[in-house]
Design a protein around this ligand. Structure first.
Ligand code: UDX
Ligand code: UDX
Length: 460
């Protein structure tokens, strides 16, 4: 080896998972050389500069400390695969849109392509670590591709799912609830597993590093996301009941969350969950269950997605009902477009669905978001003629008939709503899809206020 590094790690995929995860490993393990490669040259260029391709609090600091020392970004995929002992694969795995399993199972064509590439160029043994969320038993299929095409090198495929959430990626990586590593129960499998444990041991205590077989590890990731999403659909389903019966969802959530067996996290009623993982992973789970003829189990999990869609539909229907059954030519301002606060990510954001529904109602949509406007413009290409984008929330709300809170960004909690109200059309409406505002105060200012899962406050 030409340099003095103990080992070379390469990560394929410089996205929301690969970038922050590798930056953390590089920061905690200076004796490892960590190179993140991607086929997207523009993305790699951004990682090399000061405008990172993703917004994630605290990420730039870590990247600045490690970049050029032991963290590198490159488009030279083949060369880096050759040099690495450990390869993390962190590419996106979208839901398949064609052929068998369309709409449910993961599209593994990129994974397979990468397995073939690794196998083609490798001249020495490699540990391949699945970071992407994949259907159960993908590792097995990958091993077959790797082994059939290359007899020179030994490939050990491991599963090490990522549990970080966007917006809190750096603290999640620094203080994980657990690190899960799945490996084969063979001598080489266990040896490879210890090599991955060695990396995490630099900053994660041993009792939090959990090991298992590969399939249990793969399934744990799908199940964890399904359970998290299920909590949101559960509380959202109760929010619909609250609106009809004048109960208050925040009070219900508080009371049930104080039961230690239930716990208080992930009980915020909302316009619905978004993000790249929940829907895709549940669909994967549904597909696997159907494959094994477990139809009742498949339906059970599918309903978590149905309630999520219902919640978004309900939100727009409530707007139409409240605003005298027509939104035609009315200006509706969306505060927030990202799928949650502190991220620029808009994948599967309820904002996309809501915008399209509003466009069908012939509204004029004004989108405001502190970090996600570029992604929003891309997402709304199809309805560009009825959408405007405005970074400044005060300008965005000027002459609007209604404001809808879509993302729980802190800035929306502290705006001068008196000033906003003065500049809006009357009667002025606020639909708080995240229950983050002080509803009584808004009502006093003059707004007609529609929180989620609690009684509305209207002046007529
Ligand atoms: C991650 C996980 O990998 C995915 O399984 C999970 O479901 C969501 O989170 P993420 O990091 O968010 O994906 O994806 P993305 O930001 O799209 O990054 C993936 C990167 O892989 C992209 O930059 C893409 O260019 C790159 N890629 C993809 C390759 O370099 N080669 C390929 O063949 C395919
Ligand atoms: C999720 C998992 O949390 C993470 O462990 C996994 O690795 C990837 O998927 P992420 O998608 O980044 O992470 O965000 P998360 O914080 O889980 O939020 C998902 C969605 O649920 C967001 O749209 C959020 O607004 C919504 N949500 C969350 C609610 O509506 N209510 C809640 O109480 C919590």
């Amino acid at each position: 080896m030409a340099d003095n590094f103990y080992k070379h790690i390469v990560c394929i995929g410089a996205g929301y998972v690969g970038g922050p995860t590798m930056a953390m490993i590089a920061a905690k393990c200076p004796q490892y050389k960590v190179t993140v490669v991607d086929i997207n040259a523009q993305r790699i260029k951004s990682w090399q500069g000061n405008e990172l391709p993703i917004y994630e609090p605290g990420l730039l600091d870590i990247v600045k400390k490690t970049r050029g020392r032991n963290l590198f970004f490159s488009t030279a995929v083949e060369e880096n695969i050759k040099a690495a002992e450990i390869i993390f694969v962190s590419i996106n795995t979208p839901t398949k849109t064609y052929g068998s399993g369309a709409g449910k199972t993961a599209d593994l064509q990129y994974w397979e392509k990468i397995a073939r590439e690794i196998s083609k160029v490798s001249e020495s043994d490699k540990i391949i670590v699945e970071k992407s969320t994949l259907p159960v038993r993908t590792a097995e299929a990958m091993e077959r591709i790797l082994r059939v095409n290359n007899k020179k090198a030994h490939f050990e495929v491991l599963s090490n799912p990522e549990f970080l959430a966007e917006g809190t990626a750096i603290s999640d990586l620094e203080n994980p609830d657990r690190v899960l590593i799945g490996a084969r129960d063979t001598q080489s499998g266990q040896k490879a597993m210890l090599e991955i444990v060695d990396i995490y041991k630099h900053w994660v205590s041993k009792d939090k590093i959990v090991t298992s077989d590969i399939w249990s590890s793969e399934l744990s990731k799908l199940a964890a996301n399904a359970f998290l999403a299920q909590r949101i659909s559960s509380i959202n389903s109760i929010s619909a009941l609250c609106e009809k019966t004048e109960a208050d969802i925040t009070k219900v959530a508080r009371a049930i969350g104080m039961d230690r067996r239930i716990g208080s996290n992930f009980l915020n009623a909302s316009i619905g969950f978004g993000g790249s993982c929940f829907k895709k992973d549940i669909l994967n789970l549904v597909y696997i269950c159907e494959y094994y003829s477990l139809y009742e189990v498949a339906q059970y999990w599918e309903n978590v997605i149905k309630i999520n869609e219902y919640q978004q539909t309900r939100f727009v229907k409530n707007m139409v009902n409240a605003m005298f059954n027509t939104l035609a030519n009315k200006r509706i301002t969306l505060f927030g477009f990202a799928f949650k606060a502190n991220t620029s990510d808009t994948r599967e954001s309820p904002a996309i669905y809501i915008s399209h529904k509003l466009a069908e109602e012939h509204s004029r949509i004004i989108v405001s978001d502190p970090k996600a406007l570029d992604n929003a413009q891309y997402d709304l290409k199809g309805i560009a003629d009825c959408v405007e984008f405005e970074l400044d929330p005060y300008k965005a709300a000027r002459n609007a008939h209604a404001i809808a809170i879509i993302t729980e960004w802190d800035i929306y909690k502290t705006l001068d709503y008196e000033r906003i109200y003065q500049q809006m059309e009357k009667p002025a409406f606020i639909f708080d899809g995240r229950n983050i505002l002080c509803h009584k105060k808004l009502y006093k200012i003059g707004f007609n206020v529609y929180p989620l899962g609690m009684p509305c406050m209207q002046h007529f």
